[in-house]
Ligand binder design. Structure first.
Ligand code: T5A
Ligand code: NA
Length: 209
């Protein structure tokens, strides 16, 4: 645990299956918090700009095949390589709004048949989010959203498995949201709960798993 001399930022995560509206909501939330005068930054996993991230990008775009366990460890390493920078920002009072995190890591790899506990283990010790908004979307609604794209994993049966595994990963930091609602409605709820979280956690120490 790191004890605080000044107030810290909140660690806010959005999770969910493909097309559940995470990126849309992350952007709206960051803009709104900025408008309200908060110190805030958008973050995203995979972070495709690093060397590890570019290997992940090639894998997701089907340019390269990588062994299931090896790619799993790369997704985790991609989070680890960002940890010290994220921690520094949070302790500097910057709120991080993060598009996907370790829950995606475990859910997508376990959906391929890898052991769930094995999948969770490389992420042990990462910073714990203060709140996780889980964007809960029916598969029917997901399909309506422009159909699935060309990236790996964007396929109905696979997404169904991912959704089921996400359900196992739910913990007390989660707030499950009905993601079938209109963008603006969801945004208002996420804004309200985020403001509460920012206030509540500003004097609490950061948690590591
Ligand atoms: N992955 C990721 C792993 O396997 N392991 C890991 O450790 C991690 C971190 C790429 C893949 O990597 C896997 C999971 C993924 O398969 P990504 O880069 O986050 O991950 O994926 P993206 O393709 O960028 O994003 P998604 O497909 O997940 O979409 P979003 O961000 O959930 O949805 P968004 O906001 O882009 O919206 C999708 C469409 O729906 C519309 C939008 O306009 C858009 O067209 N929409 C709505 N329509 C109606 N009502 C609403 N409320 C709407 N909200 C958005
Ligand atoms: Na996205």
């Amino acid at each position: 645990m790191t004890f605080l001399e000044k107030s810290r930022g909140a660690f806010i995560v959005l999770e969910g299956c493909d097309r559940s509206g995470k990126s849309t909501q992350v952007k709206l939330l960051v803009n709104r918090l900025e408008q309200l005068g908060h110190n805030v930054m958008l973050w995203k996993f995979p972070e495709r700009k690093t060397q590890i991230g570019s290997m992940i990008d090639e894998y997701l775009k089907n340019v390269k095949d990588v062994d299931d366990k090896a790619i799993h460890l790369l997704f985790s390493a991609n989070r680890w390589e960002c940890m010290s920078e994220m921690k520094k920002k949070l302790l500097d009072g910057i709120t991080l709004v993060v598009d996907r995190y370790a829950y995606s890591g475990a859910a997508y790899s376990a959906a391929k048949g890898l052991d769930l506990e094995w999948c969770k283990s490389p992420d042990i010790g990462l910073l714990t989010p203060d709140i996780v908004f889980f964007m809960n979307l029916t598969s029917e609604e997901a399909e309506k959203r422009f159909g699935f794209g060309n990236e790996r994993y964007e396929e109905k049966a696979f997404q169904e498995k991912v959704r089921n595994i996400f359900n196992f990963l739910k913990d007390p930091t989660w707030k499950v949201l009905n993601a079938c609602r209109a963008v603006e409605k969801l945004h208002k709820e996420i804004e309200r709960l985020s403001l509460k979280t920012i206030q509540k956690c500003s004097n609490l120490p950061l948690k590591e798993d």
